[in-house]
Every structure is written in C-alpha cells, then in structure tokens.
Write a protein that binds this ligand. Sequence first.
Ligand code: MOS
Length: 738
Amino acid sequence: MASLIGAPTSRVDGRAKVTGEATYAAEFNAPGGLYGAVVTSPIARGRIERIDANLALGVEDVFDVLTHQNRPPMADADAAYADDIAPPGSPFRPFYNDRILFSGQPVALVLARDWETARFAASQVRIDYRKEPHATDLLRQRNEAFTLSGDAFAMSMAKPRGDAAQALARSPVRREGDYFIPVEHHNPMELFASTVIHEDDGKLVVHDKTQGVQNVQRYLCNVFRLKPEELRVVSPFVGGAFGLGLRPQYQVALAVLAALAVKRSVRVVLTRQQMFALSFRPATVETVALGAAVDGALQAVTHRALAMTSQYESFARNDSTWSGALYKCDNASYAHRLARLDLPTPCDMRAPGAATGVYALECAMDELAVALKLDPLELRYRAYSDLDQNEGIPFTSKALRDCYRQGAEAFGWARRNPEPRSMRDDGELIGWGMATGIWEALQMKFSVRIALSADGKAEVACATSDIGTGTYTIMSQAAAEMLGLPLENVTIKLGDSTLPQAPVEGGSWTAASVVDAIAHAADALKSDLMELARRAPGSNFAELKPEEVSLADGRIVSKRDASLSARITDVMARTGVERIERERATEIKRDDKHARNTHSAVFAEVRVDDQLGVIRVTRVVSAIAAGRILNPKTARSQILGGVVWGIGMALHEETLIDHNFGRFMNANIAEYHMPTNADVGDIEVIFVDERDELINPFGVKGLGEIGIVGVAAAIANAVYHATGKRVRDLPITLDKLN
Ligand code: MOS
C-alpha cells in the first residue's frame, strides 16, 4: 500500500464545504429561536449614564433588550473570565457594568424574531454616555510604556548576552532603524457568530466560531456558573480565524447570556464592522540595531519593541528575541515595552511576534548588506548559525541552508544586479529582495480516541478544530496509514467539547501533536487486535508480539513473514467483537538540549511604475524547512495563504485610528485593503527535505504560521532594490515612495 502520510491528498471535507453541506456557527437551525443584534459604544472611554430601550421595545416582533442593567447573574472574579490563553490582567466582561473600555464595546443586545427587525431595533436604543479622555495613539503614549516583569511572558524572554551596547558602538558598520507595523485585522471570511440551542431540559448546545471548543466551554461555564454537562460547545467547521478565534469572543457570551435570560434559543452574528472591535494584531515599533565587522560578521544585535495593549490586559508576544536567535553574534539585547491604550486587548494573529519582529530584523539585515556592499544572501550565509544563538544549543534539525540554496536557484537570484534601480523592463523598475523566516515547532498534549468497528471502519475523535488548515485531512491520512485502512474507511470527529481533550488550535502545533496521539491510539488498537488474533480459532499468531506485526491493507501482517496475516474484519468477526476503542494522548519528549524551529527563505520580485510608484509583487519563491510534510497539497495551501498575507502586510493592510474619536476608521473590507487575485503574482512553494529524528517519532514540525514570516521583509527589500528608497513603515503605499 502506498504511503498515505506524505501524499498530496485533497481535503476530505472539501466536498462538504463547496456544496454547502458543511454547517457553520450561524447556520445551525434554532427552531423558535431569537436573533440578537448588538448595540456598541461610540465612545472609547467613560460610563453609560442612561439607557432608554423603549423605542426599540416598541418595534413589532422585538422580544427583549438586554444590557448590564437587566442581565442574568455573571461571575464576579477575574479568574472566571480568564480563558486558557488570557494574558495577565482583568479580562473584558461583556455587559458587566456601566464602564466603557473601548469604542465598539457591546452595550446592549436586541432580541427579535428575525435578524432584520433586531438590527433595526438596535438602531433605536438610546444611550447616554459620560465621556472621559481617551488615548489611542501608540506613538504619543510611548513615553508611558512599561516593561512586563514576573509574568510568563517576561520569564520566557531570552536573556541578553555579551555587551550589545558597547559592541554596537565599536562596530565599524552599523545600521539602526525604527520599523513600524500598523494595527492589522484578521478578517476571516466567516463572521463571528454563535447559535445557542436551548434544549427542553434547559441544557445549552452552543454552536460557536472558535479555535477551541473546550476553551470556550470552560469560559462559559465559569462565567455563567454552569456545569460542563449543562453546556456543550460545537464547532465542526470554521471559516478562517487566524488567531482571532483563540479566545472566546463576546458574541458567544452574549448569545448564552440571552438564552439563559429568555430560556429560548438565540443566534448572535456580528457585523464585519463590529468584528473590528474584537481584537487585532497590535501596532508595533521595532527598533533594531545591527553592528558588523567589515567582512560582514555580526558583532551586535539590539531589538527593542514597543507594542500596544489595552487598559485592562497586558498582551505581549515575542517580537525581539528572534533577532538574536537567528544569526551568529556574541552580543545581543532585547526589550519589549507596552503602552496602554483605550482599545480592545490585541491578540494573536498568524505568527504573532515573528511576523512583525522578523520583518524588522530582515529589513535591517538588508540595510546592513547594502552598507557592507555584500549580497544580502551572502550576508545570511556569513552569519549562519547551527545553534540557537540565544540558548547556545543545536536544533533538532535546521535545513535553512537548503532553503537558501533551493529558493535562490528557483528564483534565479544569481542573476540579480545589486545596484538599486538597475533592473528595468518596459518602463518598470524591477526589484529583487529576500528574507529569512523562523517560527516555533511546538507540540501540545492532545487526546485522541479511535473506535474500530467490525466492518473495518474507524472513527477518530478529538476536540481539536479545523480552522481551514486541513486538520480533518491530515488526521484521516495518519489514522488510515497507521491502522492500515483505506482513507475512505476513516471518519474524523472534531470541534465538539464532549470529545477527547484538545487545546486551542494555534501556534502551528496541531499537526505534530494530533498525529502523535493518533499513533499511540493506533498502537494500542494493534495490541488489542493481536490479542483477538491469538484468540481467534485456528490462529497462527500465538508466537508474535505486537511490535512484530504491522497493520496494512486491512490486515494484521507479520513483519518477518508477510504470508502470515489475517484480515482485521475477519479477526473481529471470528471473535465476535463489534467494536474496540482506545484513547491515547500526545507523548511529548522533554528535551532542553535542542531548539525546535521551522525556517524559511523568501525571495520576492516587485515591479514598480517609476512615474506613479505603483508596486506589484510579480513573483515570490518561498522555500520552507518544516520537517516531514504530512500532506504537500494542504501544506502548500498554508504557505500560499501566508505569502498572500505577507503581500497584504507589505503593501495593503492597515487599520487606521481616528484618535479624536478613539475609533477604527476603516472598519470594513472595502477600506481595509487586502490583496485580491489581481495583486498576487506567481507563488512557488518549495518544501526542502528536512529529516528530523529528534523532534518526535514522525519528524513533523507543523506549518502554517511560518508561511507569513519574512514575506513582508522580502517585498520591502525588493522595493528598495527597485527604487533605491527605503520605506520602513508598513504598508508601503505609493505615496511613501515619493
Ligand atoms: Mo494562530 S495566530 O496561533 O491561531
């Protein structure tokens, strides 16, 4: 049987998705249910003084208007609101009291028999506010910024080494710059929505758009003081999330609150505009300084990040320490400061910290290469490190050299004329830029239950989510291969809080974790099948141990003598066993002696209209080292998505704040620019061969987030090469080229 792991398998859920059979959170039927429309605060900070819901309540078919004044009881302690990945602080509590913490905060929920009525009536709720002065400008608050200490983030920051300030001062060649990344919003295609089914016995089934059903379940049970058996969270399909679905969002709290208040089913769907007040990638100023010897040897790296957080939580991610980890350098120092603003707490967005921090590092490396008159790729080779420089330890594997070589070869990098503005075609300037990417290769504990039935079919169950990444598919491939069954005999059940334990789907850790758990469950089933085979009348398996057999082609087969085999279905039938079931968890090997990372080399070509400054990304080659690739087809899609997002980050995406109102101005996908098909040229994805025998038994590292890291830098560097103009503030729009 050909190996299923590693085969470019089409999505097993693809048909359900394109035919509309796949049901999303807002699409579950709620017979007799009500529709909730959210009213949000137009002020950024202050208090609600008075709510007049009479007009709204007078609208025909309006059922109720819920606010902090008439809601059912909610928990009073911060701990109840702190979900699995809440940052330090006091989590936002929707409808808790009269305090306004950000513009767009939900303040009332209008319940009506249909969505249109609910929305209209929401416009009729009159609310008086007492405004307080707000601050929403990161740059104006930078002197008020603080450094976290004592919390998990501060503890996880890499330690400085050497004396970076002194080494920098002594370096013959130095480059220092402030790189700015604006607020960016996730904008998944599916709107954030929750449908709560109020069952006859009072139990709630919550269909939610989330990256972690069990995280949402725990949160809701804590906030509303429910028992886990009273509230189940279901989310079989997720139309993109990218980090915005990691924490429970307020619409799910409001939908449950309403269902408890009116004892009926309730659906709450946010508008695109309202989603801009959920969360976002924080704007950051990344101050990077590099010092080098004249031969290009790095002597000092300093990276200081300034990021934004809310008034009530301290969200921080590692932006800075990649800079000292990636390249050989004896002196490095880092800082991460946060400024409090009257905005919602920022959150993870694809490759949080790295997408932004590595952008700055890789542009600074390009600037250094220019100063040194060195090819930017050659500078990376000279600074190459086989150790994680922060920890001084080797990697479980690091095929970044192969990424550089294969990426450069496919791109044609050797034909690059280093002189800016030197490459032209048909009145357009051509620019070639490159950058390195790095991300973590993590594993978390997942539990998987496999049930094998006498008809030779297997059901694989885990509470994880498939947020569009292909989890259904790789779980099917892994289980089918390990059980020796055809792909179509395997069914995957996920996205349900009643299934075996899983953390949120994030950090690119799901594939490596869930496949390991599947392997252990399949191993346990193999032992069970061996037991049955021995017991089966006329068995000749008595002498064999489980490790001496494998499961393949629907059979138990002796590894030594392939003629010694039995059909799994026969074994179960002959012993009268209908179903065997095993649950096993990921076994994570603790190993402090090796760093675990994925890497990439990104090469980009831009064409710039010399007169108008219009920039087009015509080609990108992304060479990825991410261990064993479970499915080159879905993996390639992940990297394509990351590259497209990198194009958006480089050239298009920016959420603008009107500081007068303290409000996002372009809170819609007409004015929040994202790449369309016409903005995306050729993308070539290369997976370099990276065998990793240390990281986990299958050598899987996970990918997804690595796809965006380095892309914006490669494009920014290409724009410099095309135009001779260095733009450090993203996005690089044509006005900045003049
Ligand atoms: Mo990802 S930003 O960990 O969903």
